[in-house]
Design a binder for this molecule. Structure first.
Ligand code: FEO
Length: 171
């Protein structure tokens, strides 16, 4: 079982993960619209990653007998600027998510909720990977600047990203 405090915090995080999915789907559409199919595919898979994050948390809440409250999802922006700006926005967003995950872990520790701490550890590890993946794109983007040939090369590389593994039930 989980306390109401943990249940409500997890429900809020489900909403934020849905927003992340929405944000990356909007970015995927935007990249498609500006002629960057590789960036678009990368963001589409990032959207699918977020659906995995959502589903895993949803399953956990239900498995602990918690109430699921699916809340309204904020509308993401329609435009995101240059490829560099897209990934700077992405990094800032993931850093915000990391802070939220850390706060959730802190709450589980305050509540002496060991099951939720174990569950949240997966997200702590996942956020290290999320930030690293974004930084790995930001570095070459900063190097090529406005150079169109360089951007096309990065677009090709991003288009090789593999689809994430499908959602799994709560552990
Ligand atoms: Fe669900 Fe990208 O963090």
């Amino acid at each position: 079982m989980i306390s109401k405090k943990i249940q409500d915090a997890l429900n809020e995080q489900v909403n934020k993960e849905f927003y992340s999915a929405y944000l990356y789907l909007a970015m995927s559409a935007y990249c498609d619209g500006i002629g960057l199919p590789g960036f678009s595919k990368w963001m589409r898979f990032q959207y699918e990653e977020e659906i995995i994050h959502v589903t895993k948390m949803y399953d956990y809440i239900l498995s602990q007998g918690g109430d699921m409250h699916l809340q309204q999802i904020d509308e993401p922006p329609k435009t995101y600027g240059t490829p560099l700006e897209i990934f700077e926005t992405t990094l800032a967003h993931e850093q915000m998510v990391t802070k939220r995950i850390n706060d959730l872990m802190g709450l589980a520790m305050d509540e002496r909720d060991y099951a939720t701490q174990t569950f949240m550890q997966w997200y702590v590890t996942e956020q290290v990977e999320e930030e690293s993946n974004v930084n790995n794109v930001l570095q070459p983007l900063r190097m090529v600047g406005e150079d169109k040939g360089g951007l096309m090369m990065i677009d090709q590389q991003l288009g090789q990203r593999l689809a994430p593994t499908p959602p799994v039930a709560a552990q």
